[in-house]
Design a protein around this ligand. Structure first.
Ligand SMILES: Nc1ncnc2c1ncn2[C@@H]1O[C@H](COP(=O)(O)OP(=O)(O)OP(=O)(O)O)[C@@H](O)[C@H]1O
Ligand SMILES: [Mn+2]
Length: 559
């Protein structure tokens, strides 16, 4: 009897123990699930702040819930620990599975974003392009007179002062550039002949050479654009010359920038019934033109950067330009607007407005003052008539180039080829407004061409303007270096639209909205194809199309 009772008690103890162990297992299972789920929720901070080890963990877990992972999403192989997670994940309740797959979706996006960042950092098309030998051609050795400006040593400057002093003096002397702000608002000048002491704008000026406006690899370029985008605005006055409204900004250390305001939304396409000479200027066209010119390897446009300006505190309240300040008003919806005084579009009907104060603008680095570095303005042989009905000579005469070829300065040196380079740039961005170009007087005819004033580019993406390519079509000549770079940019590994998109992302305004709409970006590839076809057609009829400016370099650039 006692033995029977003892047997029952032992049985009950076993039962209780079994229940306990079951309960414990259940608890353990729930604990595992909840831990697993917490790990799967991605942090809310930006992807770039996720440490690498975290990413790997996230990847392995998203891999385990295989139903939620697309096959194209390649992930590392699973370790033993991960297999354990996989087993647990297989036992998930439907709802929990859903929440994990949501998290995985977010995770995929994060990883995707990170991949994007890696692409920009590691395998960027832009970086690859700029590493190509065609963008790293040996630079001709520069002699003293190949620099636009030189810092004079003390012995040279004893009679006339140093170059920087000269620059400062001329800034003060020239009323056109003079800031009317209080003199004491300017920084005290402490520049010496040591480059380290120079502000970025001065280093840019001192870097201008006979063959290019800037060296793409000069670290000062990034400092210069940062400077333009962030410096305190000391004064803002209307810039005289030209037909549309633009301002001249001054900064405390004597730097200056040419401001063009936003007038059109980024996606607006120019009305097809407007003539090129009635089109608005676009701030984003000025920015994009700088990037495109650099991508083509020309380096002939002064650096331009986008910036959000406060029209009230950075223009209205500080300007001493009465002609400008008189045109400020508050619009019916409460935005602060102004229109300035100029030939075109300076009226109440064409206001430039903040939202209510913030306005997108382009800021172009100012070239050295005309008093120290005079420039020559050249009328383009292929200038348009700027008339609704009249045709220009080049539009009537198919052999027009033969005349140009015999006319100085186009009968000698690189000038004609440089004009053709400019036509290629203008065709790609559809700029019909290239009436003039400029050169630095100091360099005579042996120098590069400045591509200033690009505000009317990028107006229409749905149409290409074949007449912009007339100089190339009529002359059938092109620099070999230009042609090879164009061919490079047409290859999928570099693709002009991709490198342009990547380049434009560097601008501060890209944070507000892409600087060019996708339609404008993709038009670049289409137009590039047209340029290459025109060269091809030329080659079918002429033997001397390609001017070999790479002769003497031992590398095989055709590769
Ligand atoms: N970055 C710069 N640095 C110095 N001067 C400049 C710069 N950009 C333009 N300029 C000068 O200012 C003049 C007017 O500028 P811009 O051509 O951009 O204005 P615009 O109103 O479009 O002129 P236009 O009506 O003649 O086409 C130019 O011809 C040039 O000489
Ligand atoms: Mn213009």
């Amino acid at each position: 009897m006692i033995r029977q009772n003892l047997g029952r008690s032992i049985l009950s103890i076993y039962l209780v123990l079994a229940c306990l162990s079951l309960a414990l297992h259940l608890l353990l299972a729930f604990f595992c699930l909840s831990v697993l789920q917490t790990v799967c929720v991605p942090p809310t901070s930006s992807s770039s702040s996720i440490p690498r080890t975290d990413i790997q963990q996230h990847q392995s877990i998203s891999h385990s819930s295989s139903s939620a992972v697309s096959s194209s999403h390649k992930l590392p192989s699973i370790s033993h620990d991960e297999e354990h997670h996989k087993l647990n994940a297989n036992t998930l309740h439907r709802k929990e599975k859903d929440s994990i797959s949501d998290a995985t979706e977010r995770e995929k996006k994060l990883i995707g974003a990170r991949k994007g960042i890696q692409k920009v950092k590691g395998h960027s098309k832009l970086e690859a392009l700029f590493e190509h030998p065609l963008y790293n051609l040996p630079r001709p050795e520069l002699q003293d007179d190949d620099w636009l400006l030189r810092v004079k040593t003390n012995e040279h400057s004893s009679d006339r002062g140093s170059e920087e002093e000269e620059m400062k003096e001329s800034n003060d002397d020239d009323s056109q550039w003079q800031s009317a702000s209080e003199e004491e608002s300017y920084d005290k000048v402490t520049w010496t002949s040591d480059v380290e002491t120079h502000p970025p704008w001065l280093r840019f000026h001192l870097g201008i050479s006979r063959w290019e406006l800037y060296n793409r690899k000069d670290p000062n370029l990034a400092q210069l654009t940062h400077y333009l985008a962030t410096q305190r605005v000391l004064s803002a006055v209307q810039k005289t010359g030209g037909t549309q409204l633009k301002l001249l900004l001054s900064f405390p250390n004597y730097g200056k920038a040419l401001l063009k305001p936003m007038k059109q939304s980024r996606d607006a396409e120019t009305n097809a019934n407007l003539f090129y000479f009635s089109d608005f200027e676009r701030h984003n066209a000025e920015i994009a033109a700088f990037h495109l010119d650099r991508l083509l390897g020309f380096n002939r446009i002064p650096p331009v950067v986008g910036r959000l300006i406060n029209v009230t505190s950075e223009i209205r309240e500080i300007t001493t330009d009465r002609r400008l300040s008189r045109t400020f008003f508050t619009s019916p919806v409460g935005n602060v607007c102004f229109y300035g005084q100029c030939e075109y579009y300076c009226s109440t009907e064409h206001p430039v407005c903040g939202q209510p104060h913030a306005l997108e603008v382009s800021l172009a680095t100012m070239l050295p003052d005309l008093a120290i570095a005079p420039r020559r303005s050249w009328r383009s042989p292929w200038r348009r008539s700027y008339s609704r009905s009249k045709l220009a000579q080049w539009e009537k005469d198919p052999a027009f180039c033969d005349t140009v070829k015999q006319t100085p300065p186009y009968n000698h040196g690189n000038r004609l080829l440089d004009v053709i380079d400019m036509a290629v740039l203008d065709f790609l961005m559809s700029n019909m407004d290239r009436h003039h170009y400029e050169t630095f007087e100091k360099f005579g005819n042996e120098t590069f061409l400045l591509h200033l004033d690009n505000g009317r580019a990028f107006g229409r993406h749905s149409r290409d303007e074949p007449s912009i390519l007339t100089p190339l079509k009529q002359c059938c000549r092109i620099h070999r270096s230009t042609l090879l770079r164009l061919r490079l940019l047409s290859l999928p590994v570099f693709r002009l639209s991709d490198v342009m998109r990547e380049s434009l992302v560097q601008d501060p305004l890209a944070g507000v909205a892409p600087l060019l709409s996708e339609l404008h970006i993709s038009a670049l590839d289409r137009r590039l194809e047209t340029v290459l076809q025109v060269v091809q057609a030329c080659q079918e009829h002429h033997t001397d199309v390609i001017y070999d400016d790479l002769e003497g370099y031992d590398q095989d650039y055709d590769q």
